[in-house]
Design a protein around this ligand. Structure first.
Ligand code: ATP
Ligand code: MG
Length: 328
C-alpha cells in the first residue's frame, strides 16, 4: 500500500524559560520533549486517527508535517516530498484545519471568505465560482453561503473551515480536533462529511480527536501517542482485541446508594468504578479485568448489602483501551 505520509524518527523539543527576563538572559531553561522519535505511516485514502492525552504531542506533529514547525530531529515525507527539502511542494498538496473559530473573516459572508482563500491559492476566476459552490454544497452550508460568518453557529463555522481547507484541492487534510465543542447532532453530520472526503473525494485524512467513540466510528487506523512516544498503532478493532482486557459492566442497584464505589475500588481486577443516580436507582459502571476477577464475584459482593436490578456486560471500547494504555 502506498504511504502518503511517512515519518522518520521525527522529534521536536521546545525550550521553556520560567520568565520573559530569564529568556532574554538565557537562564533556567528547561527542555520539553513534545515528540520523541515518532515513526508512523499513513496510506493513501486512509482516515487516520492520531490520539493521545492533552500535551501528548499531536498538534506539534501536525505542525511539523504541515511545515509550520521544524523538527529538531528526523523528518517526514508527504507524497514522497521531504518536509525539510521540499516544503513548498508539500504545502501545495496538503491543508490544515484547526478546530475552533479563528481564521475566518467574521464580517464577510461564507462565500466571500471562500473567494478570498481561492484567490490566495491562485485559482483562476473561471473555475473559482464553480469550485466554491461545489465545496459549500459538499460541507452542507450552501443555503447560508451569503450570510455573514458572525451569524453562523459553531458547527457552520467549522464546516466553512473545512470547505476553506479544500479550496486548492489538496490530497491530504490534517484536521486538528474538528468536532471540538460541537453538539452531538452537528458532530455526527460533520463526521459523515469527513468520511465522504475519503470515500468519495479520495482524500487522505489525518485527524486528531479526544472523542474515542468518534475515532472508533470514523477511523480506518489509529495511532495512540503518550508523552511524545507512539504506544499503539492499528485498526480500532485490532486494538480492542489486543489491549481490551478491561470489560465494562453496568450494574443497576435499587435506591440511592451513596459512595457504593468504595466497596469495589480496592478489589483486585477492578480498574475503575463510576456511579450515577437516576429515578431512585444507582447505576454503577465497573471496568473489570476478567482474568483477575469475574462478574459473579462482584455481583455476590454487592448482593450482600444491596438489591441488584440488572447486570449488563459490554465489550471493551476504544476508550477503555485508551485509558488503559495512557494510564501511567
Ligand atoms: N510553543 C511551545 N513552547 C513550549 N512548549 C510547547 C509549545 N507548544 C507545545 N508545547 C508543549 O509540547 C507538548 C505537546 O504539546 P501539543 O500541543 O503538541 O500537544 P497535544 O497532543 O496537541 O495536546 P492537546 O490534546 O491538549 O491539544 C506539551 O507539553 C506542550 O506544553
Ligand atoms: Mg492539540
Amino acid at each position: 500500500m502506498e504511504s502518503v505520509i511517512k515519518t522518520y524518527d521525527i522529534s521536536r523539543e521546545y525550550i521553556e524559560y520560567p520568565s520573559f527576563f530569564k529568556r532574554i538572559r538565557g537562564e533556567g531553561s528547561r527542555i520539553i520533549v513534545a515528540v520523541d522519535n515518532l515513526n508512523i505511516s499513513v496510506h493513501r485514502g486512509e482516515l487516520f486517527g492520531f490520539l493521545g492525552p492533552n500535551g501528548a504531542g499531536k498538534t506539534t506533529t501536525i505542525k511539523m508535517l504541515s511545515t509550520l514547525l521544524l523538527p529538531t530531529k528526523g523528518t517526514a515525507t508527504i507524497l514522497g516530498n521531504d518536509i525539510l527539502k521540499a516544503p513548498n511542494e508539500v504545502r501545495k498538496r496538503i491543508s490544515v484545519v484547526f478546530g475552533g473559530e479563528r481564521g475566518l473573516y467574521w464580517r464577510l459572508s461564507g462565500r466571500d471568505n471562500m473567494r478570498i482563500f481561492a484567490e490566495l491559492y491562485g485559482l483562476d476566476s473561471s473555475e473559482r465560482m464553480d469550485r466554491i459552490d461545489m465545496l459549500l454544497e459538499l460541507v452542507g452550508i450552501a443555503d447560508r453561503a451569503d450570510s455573514k460568518v458572525e451569524t453562523y453557529s459553531k458547527g457552520m463555522k467549522q464546516r466553512l473551515h473545512l470547505a476553506r481547507g479544500l479550496v486548492h484541492d489538496p490530497d491530504i487534510l490534517f484536521l486538528d480536533e474538528p468536532t471540538l465543542g460541537l453538539d452531538p447532532t452537528i458532530a455526527h453530520e460533520l463526521r459523515k462529511t469527513i468520511r465522504n472526503l475519503c470515500t468519495r473525494e479520495k482524500k487522505t485524512v489525518f485527524l486528531t480527536t479526544h472523542y474515542m467513540f468518534e475515532a472508533d466510528e470514523l477511523c480506518d487506523r489509529v495511532a495512540i501517542i503518550h508523552r511524545g512516544t507512539l504506544i499503539a498503532n492499528d485498526t480500532p478493532e485490532n486494538l480492542k482485541r489486543q489491549f481490551g482486557t478491561v470489560t465494562p459492566v453496568t450494574i443497576l442497584l435499587r435506591g440511592v446508594v451513596p459512595q457504593v464505589e468504595h466497596v469495589l475500588t480496592s478489589r483486585k481486577g477492578v480498574h475503575y468504578v463510576e456511579s450515577g443516580i437516576q429515578d431512585n436507582t444507582t447505576k454503577l459502571k465497573v471496568g473489570l479485568d476478567q482474568d483477575k476477577v469475574c462478574v459473579e464475584d462482584i455481583v455476590s459482593l454487592l448482593e450482600k448489602t444491596h438489591e441488584i436490578i440488572s447486570v449488563e456486560q459490554g465489550s471493551p471500547t476504544l476508550e477503555d483501551v485508551f485509558l488503559e494504555l495512557t494510564r501511567s
